[in-house]
Design a protein around this ligand. Sequence first.
Ligand code: ADP
Ligand code: MG
Length: 544
Amino acid sequence: MGRIAILPENVTEKIAAGEVIERPASVVKELIENALDASATEIEIEILGAGKRFISVRDNGTGILREDLRVAVQRHATSKVSSEEDLYRLRTLGFRGEALASVAAVSRLRILSRAKEEETGGVLEIHGGRLIEEGPAVTVGTTVEVRDLFYNTPARRKFLKSDRTEFYHIFNTVTEVALCYPEIRFILKADRQEVLNLSPVETPQERILQVFGSELVESLLEVQKGSLHLFTSKVESLKRGRTNQFIFVNRRPVRDPFLRSAIYRGYEELLPKDRAPDFFLYLNLPPEAVDFNVHPAKREVRFRDPQPLYTTIYHTVKEVLRPKRQRTFSPQVRSYETAVPSSGEPEQIGLKEPQASYTPTDLLYIGESFFAYRDGDGLTLVDQHAAHERVLYERLRKGEPKRVDLLFPRQVQLPQREFLLLSQCLQDLSEMGLEMEVFGERTLLIKALPEFLVDLPIEEILIDLAHSISDTTAPSRTEELRDKLSRTLACHRSVRGRTRLSHEEMDRLLRDLQECEDPEHCPHGRPTRVRLSFSDLRRLFKRQ
Ligand code: ADP
Ligand code: MG
């Protein structure tokens, strides 16, 4: 008997599925593409558990004819391509007829669809490739529900990353497609919370604005030349670190290092080594000039004639960056009163250097915010808020606060000016544990927070933060900026913290305070503790 055998169908199916469906975001991408091919104008995506548990994509497109429903989930079943020639002049996103079959092979799939021209639609349920249920559906359009992705391919399931990571892949997938289709409404709900709702707009520029906000849009130059439409960073807006770089070919997001390098080359000497541009490159080429049949997930593209494309992009970038007169954008930041009082040395009566040693059992509350302890032959009084502020402030300045990553980032919409101010110092804030991204018009997306801010009203804090930096015309030196931000954050926590500390907490606070560079003052210069020595007491009681 020979050693070579043809693989059974259940194995080949899973191999094929693995090529198309790598993770929850791949499902989302394929289902959105189907909705777009069906001329939908509204696409709503819902996920639970970062798409591992549940994904549904609902559209108001043409729908699937009842008789086609069972065919649609078979491999190589498509309504989009019927001959080999069709492959070379694609006008649809899908063409391989593999997506639904692949999803069906590795999940519990349910499709509800009704074609516009039919009175009733159909429901089809398939578990790991086996047909479970059929029935009628009522609403026009299609909903595809995918439960328990990879439940029958545990190896693949194990390769999935954390919910946070998988969610980001989904989020990016949706925004990427949305950037290609500004005229279509996209809604994304994660664990029943709406995280995106992009209303239809007319131009790519407006969509970029919805997704990334006005600061980014204003940092870009726009140029349109035949089949090319490009938004790319002004020279003065080049960034350090991560940037937003997108290439869309015939309304598909693609990764293409070759075209990317054409853009970089356009900057040439204007691009410092440690900087990178943001760009959005839209190319619309005749279908026969590009081949998308390269990669199972259609991420890559082959150009019939790449060289002229490279040259056009390179020259376009070069010209747009070096015009006769260049417009510049500098946000108008008016100076105005900061929420933080200026630091002046308040009077300190009878203050002596306290000793480092104390007996925690002697700790004693006086009112809401002071406590006292016996300290050698004297008495030390502590303002717990001032002390706490000092500790937090120094930690923030050193960039060491304990941070909490939010599984589902929080959106905060701010007044325009506050939004602008904060979006200028996202990097500094992130080093202090407050990680945020610009997310649409006047909106920041909070991804991580210093632990001590978790239960506080974040809008208020953000507005205060913005005010604290607005008294300098341009948040100039990083040192100075960070100092202000740290002060404001520290202030928020301790001003609002009306909690009574336990003995252990008081103890901890005193130790932390002792480790501070300046344990004697809060960041605004008020004393954190006052010591009355034995002789001070004698003096106070007129014994001297
Ligand atoms: P492809 O998109 O490559 O044709 P799919 O497996 O993704 O392959 O889909 C198979 C077929 O099912 C499509 O060709 C289309 O006719 C139909 N279909 C899938 N999703 C939808 C949808 N949301 N609306 C209308 N028809 C759909
Ligand atoms: Mg498809």
